[in-house]
Design a protein. Structure first.
Length: 69
């Protein structure tokens, strides 16, 4: 689960520290950045399980473990 203060908090952290999102924002002009931000807020809030006071969003990932024989 992603646990953050708000959708804006999640976007701020991922925009600063997650390369693909940082690059996506950097590739856009100001209007594009605003549109991407608004789309991400809408997506996060649609999946939020905590209401307006905090953000709790389910997250899935794939973990692969390779063992040498």
């Amino acid at each position: 689960m992603f646990r953050y203060l708000s959708a804006a908090h999640w976007i701020d952290l991922f925009r600063r520290f997650y390369g693909p999102l940082h690059k996506a924002f950097a590739a856009l002009d100001a209007a594009g950045q605003q549109a991407l931000h608004a789309a991400l807020v809408e997506l996060l809030e649609r999946h939020n399980r905590r209401g307006r006071d905090t953000l709790l969003v389910p997250s899935e990932y794939l973990e692969v473990v390779i063992e040498r024989a």
